[in-house]
Design a protein. Structure first.
Lengths: 388, 393
């Protein structure tokens, strides 16, 4: 019914009204530019839970993330069956040179942390150096690139945490870099810097001997639930009861408390796509009205009803897909720069954003072509040619 | 002028005949304004819940470098020194109007829905009620020092289960008795639970306090007090006006929301501009015979130009009002919450669709209408009269 040799015909139909085609194209482009931006933001936002390790548990205070746990709990957790490693974590937000240059620093037991997280890639030599260097820092590859740091550099960081002498300037010696395993998590920037828990805890003025939370590694994912229950039972009647969650639900609960980003993005995209449907639908409806006589001629010279209908579908597909491709293409160029602006390191547009964008474009093209295609199919030659 | 008005009125009356193209423009504008107003209403409401309680003669004292109450710690000696410096308002008993406070996080089951929410327990000094005269006990009584008694904010009582006076409540492994409910003019403290400072310190084994909130002798005494703090070598603390302290708590979040809202609305406005051009070109096409006839009758360029622009403005303003109305009906006063900067507490706030935001939406619409209406309006004026009339046949 429809073959590629009709493409030149579709093409010339498209350019019948130049201004309108360009304006519609631009509207489609802008709508998909927005689609890419919003979906990337929300996909990126939800990446933490999606990439969470199945064998990792997070142990925090039962009451609040703002309440610390004692370091003494570590041995109690480690003695439970199924527990492979217990890593104490202290959040140590800092900045480099300028308060706006945020550096995310976590104080952890570095070798335990890296050995039990397959998502992180690091040279064994760097881990050994980290153990030898009390004030060592293992820096995320992309952070090091941003500030031009090299192994052996001593870097001064401003922190909100005071040292024993009351000062807030901390100096660390860079012993190596780590990065994320591309095969496991995709191309994402490594933005954290790790320092030794033992060094930081001894050198800080307040809260010595406490952690913000523990990361617990279990021997197999199926043991995550029983081990969580055992940890919480172990400390239920202590001075600091715990709440143990899988890494995924821990991250999800924080995202949920930040706000329903998915719902906000969905509502905005709903408004954008509804408007686009009207814009493109109106264009197609106008195209149909202007073209009645031509359609009559096409049918007279032997075009079947189906072919005439498909001409409209092809026209809508061409217009919408071209606009969507340009919009999403612009996103692919823009989004890494936006990430760089927001996080200090570029990250590519998530692949699932691209797939969702393509599917949406197809759906919209079909939806706007439906009515004119159906009417073109039903149009009788007499009726069409009767139009003055 | 009369001719212009009559022409514009005639044109607007013919709008229903071109409803489908016009509808596209109206909906485009409704989308732009609706999205912009709703997103910015979120930022406005978030700032307002903080800013509401601020007083010019009140200061918050934190350890230098701390950006929130959880990050700050002040030792007892430091607190004594800080409260002895000049600039603070005197209290009738010879001390000053200052309340050292301990900030502690806890979680309670939310009322009506599953899950827990974070809330703040604030141990307050004996002068807390004089420092914050807006705080009123509306049910029950105040806590007694030395007893494990708390008073709860009215908003906290509404949000969390089991906070009625007389009930026992477990907060961070310590059992307290609720003895009263307080209001503080709708500000953030209404989401908190208050206890006596010394009692809270012993209950949670804390030697230090987090911050000090104090009243200045007058709003002008700020620099006197701040200088006294910064010039004291024994201290490493920061004095902030309450308003500035709250702005610090909100700035990063509201900046993100605002940047988000303006970016989205900006791109959508550009799209609406294209809709406007498209719609009005179609309108001019539909009216070309009418326009040519008017020109032939001797109407000048200006009334024609204006009639197109007025059509543009009518449509965009209709769309903007629609968008603003939908945003107002759906979101104004809608309660939502986000996580506090310390990860411990949740900030509950309402969307605020203010008159300023709605006016801003209308302004955007006017800009889009004029910019998008101009090319078609110029086309209408330049329309060759004879040709247009001939096309009629």
């Amino acid at each position: 019914v429809f073959s590629l040799r009709f493409l030149p015909l579709v093409w010339s139909m498209l350019w019948r009204s130049r201004v309108r085609t360009w304006l519609t194209f631009a509207s489609v482009l802008l709508a998909f530019l927005l689609f890419g931006l919003l979906r990337s933001a929300s996909d990126f936002f939800q990446m933490g839970p999606r990439l969470a390790g199945a064998s990792n548990l997070m142990v925090s205070s039962r009451y609040s993330l703002a309440v610390q746990l004692p370091l003494g709990d570590r041995d109690g957790i480690a003695s439970l069956p199924g527990v492979v490693a217990v890593v104490p974590v202290v959040l140590f937000p800092s900045s480099y040179q300028d308060a706006r240059n945020t550096v995310m620093v976590d104080a952890v037991e570095v070798s335990d942390f890296f050995h039990h997280d397959p998502r992180l890639d690091v040279d064994e030599a760097a881990l050994v150096a980290m153990q030898r260097t009390r004030d060592g820092a293992l820096v995320g590859r992309e952070v090091a690139q941003r500030f031009g740091w090299k192994v052996g550099d001593r870097i001064p960081l401003q922190s909100r945490v005071p040292r024993k002498d009351g000062g807030r300037s901390w100096e660390f010696q860079i012993v190596g870099f780590w990065h994320l395993d591309e095969k496991r998590v995709g191309r994402l920037p490594a933005l954290q810097t790790f320092v030794n828990y033992a060094y930081l805890d001894e050198a800080r003025l307040f809260d010595r001997g406490t952690v913000n939370f523990y990361i617990v590694n279990v021997d197999q994912p199926t043991h995550a639930d029983p081990v969580s229950a055992a940890i919480d039972a172990r400390f239920a009647s202590s001075a600091a009861p715990t709440r143990t969650q899988s890494e995924q639900s821990f991250k999800l609960s924080i995202l949920r408390r930040i706000g329903d980003v998915g719902l906000i993005v969905g509502a905005i995209l709903g408004a954008v796509l509804f408007t686009l449907l009207l814009v493109a639908g109106n264009t197609m409806a106008q195209a149909f009205r202007e073209r009645l006589a031509e359609l009559g001629v096409l049918k007279t010279i032997g075009f079947s009803d189906g072919t005439v209908a498909l001409l409209f579908v092809a026209e809508a597909l061409l217009l919408v897909l071209a606009g969507a491709a340009c919009g999403l293409g612009l996103d692919a160029l823009l989004i890494p720069q936006l990430f760089k602006l927001a996080l200090g390191a570029a990250a590519p547009m998530p692949v699932q954003t691209l797939l969702a964008g393509g599917a949406t474009a197809l759906a919209i093209a079909v939806a706007v072509a439906l009515v004119p295609a159906w009417r073109a199919r039903r149009l009788s030659v007499v009726e069409a040619l009767a139009v003055p | 002028v009369k001719a212009i008005l009559r022409l514009a009125a005639m044109n607007l009356r013919s709008l229903p005949g071109r409803w489908s193209a016009s509808l596209v423009l109206v909906v485009s504008l409704a989308g732009v304004v609706g999205v912009m107003v709703s997103v910015l209403a979120m930022a406005t409401g978030f700032q307002k819940v903080f800013a509401d309680g601020a007083r010019p003669d009140r200061v918050v004292i934190l350890r230098s470098g701390a950006r929130s109450e959880t990050e700050s710690q002040i030792t007892r000696d430091e607190a004594d020194t800080l409260m002895a410096l000049p600039g603070l308002a005197p209290a009738p008993d010879g001390s000053v109007l200052a309340s050292p406070e301990l900030y502690y996080g806890s979680a309670l089951p939310r009322r009506g829905s599953a899950g827990e929410g974070g809330l703040t327990i604030r141990g307050v000094g004996p002068k807390a009620f004089a420092v914050r005269p807006e705080v009123r006990i509306v049910a029950g009584r105040a806590f007694k020092p030395g007893l494990r008694e708390v008073i709860v904010g009215a908003a906290a009582q509404r949000s969390f289960a089991g906070l009625e006076p007389g009930r026992r409540v477990e907060l961070g492994n310590v059992a307290w008795t609720v003895v009263g409910v307080f209001e503080s003019g709708g500000d953030l403290h209404e989401m908190e639970i208050w206890a006596d400072l010394a009692t809270a310190q012993s209950a949670y084994a804390r030697e230090n306090t987090s911050t000090i909130t104090a009243r200045l002798a007058s709003a002008d005494a700020f620099s006197v007090y701040k200088d006294a703090v910064t010039s004291n070598p024994a201290l490493d603390h920061e004095v902030m006006r309450e308003r500035d302290f709250y702005a610090l708590q909100t700035e990063s979040t509201s900046r993100v929301i605002e940047a988000f809202g303006y970016t989205i609305a900006g791109i959508m406005a550009l799209g609406a501009l294209f809709s406007a051009v498209n719609t009005l070109y179609a309108a001019v096409r539909a009216r070309r015979v009418e326009i040519a006839t008017l020109r032939a009758l001797g109407f000048g360029a200006a009334p024609i130009l204006l009639s197109v622009l007025i059509e543009a403005l009518a449509l965009v303003l209709l769309g903007a009002c629609l968008g603003g109305l939908v945003a107002y009906l759906l979101f104004d006063g809608l309660s939502t919450s986000t996580i506090g900067g310390d990860l411990g507490s949740d900030v509950v706030f309402q969307f605020r669709v203010t008159r300023g935001l709605l006016l801003q939406g209308l302004l955007w619409a006017v800009v889009v209408g004029l910019a998008g209406g101009m090319p078609p309006a110029l086309r209408a004026v330049r329309l060759p009269v004879a040709e247009a009339l001939r096309a009629q046949k």
